[in-house]
Design a protein around this ligand. Structure first.
Ligand code: PLP
Ligand code: COI
Length: 359
């Protein structure tokens, strides 16, 4: 695809931008530009451009507004020690989005075009990449059905967009262990459903459980499998690892109902290189609950692009609580978080070819 470039005539004032970059929250402020492209069955992908960030005009009868035919991605650009900027594993996001599109009956965006769109936006808005520790530029590529009509059938027209937002910690305040609510009533995804796709409906389905988590004083919800209500799956927006007292890391296997996290994959690789055994398998929630009290599960952490690696403190359910270790960030969690951040921020050699330098 050839992207036409239409720069904004009214970029955000450097001083205002500086204030945002000094203290970025998550997903509140967006950069000067966005990338967009249009697809239909006759023409395929066309009208690809970088243009000023602006509201959209869409028809009220657009398919996405009624039936949720939509997918999205999340990846980050990191400021490097020499002032340059690098993306982390963008080709993995491109491939995952293609998989999500296949599941949602949306057209595939060629992976090279996905990566090029990310590169173009980050290069253009590189002044928006923060340099503070733990800060980065979060990219949100997404695609939705914009055909007009209320018939329930796969769309003949779709739009791809890419926006970007300076990001600090996903959870407010300094890094701290988060508490999890074990959802009893609600599940996120079922076998044969859309759990492995990154589609808005999965998040919509998680919100009432997240609301329940907050009502019970927890930061996030953790879901069990839909069939036996026994196997730990993932959080509303993160994958999960347990650390056993023998140093083994355990994470739920990719069964088709959870997201194949790029952070999860990176953690598995880094942990093995650091000498840990990593098991991808089914994880019984009682293994966690009992292990936390008998000392065989010593740490738990969540991981994802937005969350990086976040220690888990308490796991709570109606009338009960289990805390792995002393509830503080554990040694293995801290070591892996540091190893990952050192690669992303270019402080250690990128031996896996995970960084794509842009500027
Ligand atoms: N699981 C869910 C449901 C997510 O939304 C995310 C975030 O993207 C993840 C896991 C972690 O995936 P990644 O590490 O690729 O960001
Ligand atoms: C991400 O980490 O990129 C996600 O999509 C998680 C989201 C819930 C913010």
């Amino acid at each position: 695809m050839k992207f036409e470039v239409q720069p904004t005539g009214t970029p955000v004032d450097a001083e205002v931008r500086g204030e945002v970059l000094a203290n970025p929250a998550f997903g509140r402020v967006f950069t000067d530009h966005m990338v967009s492209a249009q697809w239909n069955r006759e023409k395929g992908w066309h009208d690809a451009r970088l243009e000023p960030y602006a509201p959209l005009t869409i028809d009220p009868a657009s398919v996405v507004l009624h039936y949720g035919q939509e997918v999205f991605e999340g990846l980050k650009a990191y400021r490097q020690p020499d002032g340059g900027v690098a993306l982390f594993r963008p080709e993995r996001n491109a491939a995952r989005m293609a998989g999500s599109c296949a599941r949602l009956a949306l057209p595939a965006l060629p992976e090279a075009d996905f990566v090029e769109a990310c590169e173009l936006l980050v290069r253009t808005d590189s002044a928006w990449v923060p340099s503070g520790e733990g800060s980065s530029l979060y990219l949100r590529p997404f695609m939705f059905a914009d055909e007009v009509g209320l018939g329930v059938r796969p769309t003949d027209s779709a739009r791809f967009l890419l926006i970007a937002s300076p990001a600090g910690n996903y959870f407010s305040g300094p890094l701290r262990p988060v508490s999890l609510w074990l959802s009893q009533e609600f599940v996120r995804a079922a076998p044969g459903g859309t759990g492995a796709a990154k589609t808005g409906g999965n998040y919509a389905a998680s919100l009432v459980a997240q609301q329940e988590a907050i009502m019970n004083g927890c930061d996030q919800v953790v879901f069990l499998d839909a069939v036996e209500r026994r196997w730990v799956e993932e959080l509303g927006g993160m994958n999960l690892f347990l650390v056993q007292d023998d140093g083994t890391l355990v994470t739920p296997a990719l069964t088709g109902t959870i997201l194949d996290g790029i952070t999860r994959d990176s953690v598995i690789t880094l942990a093995r290189e650091l000498g840990y055994t990593v098991e991808e398998r089914r994880v019984d929630v009682d293994e966690w609950r009992k292990g936390a009290s008998d000392g065989s599960v010593v740490e738990a952490f969540a991981c994802g692009t937005a969350a990086v690696i976040t220690p888990i403190g308490a796991l709570r359910w109606p009338g009960g609580e289990a805390v792995a270790g002393d509830g503080q960030p554990g040694a293995v969690t801290t070591q892996l978080r540091q190893a990952l951040l050192d690669i992303q921020y270019g402080r250690t050699p990128d031996t896996h070819g995970w960084l794509r330098r842009l500027v």
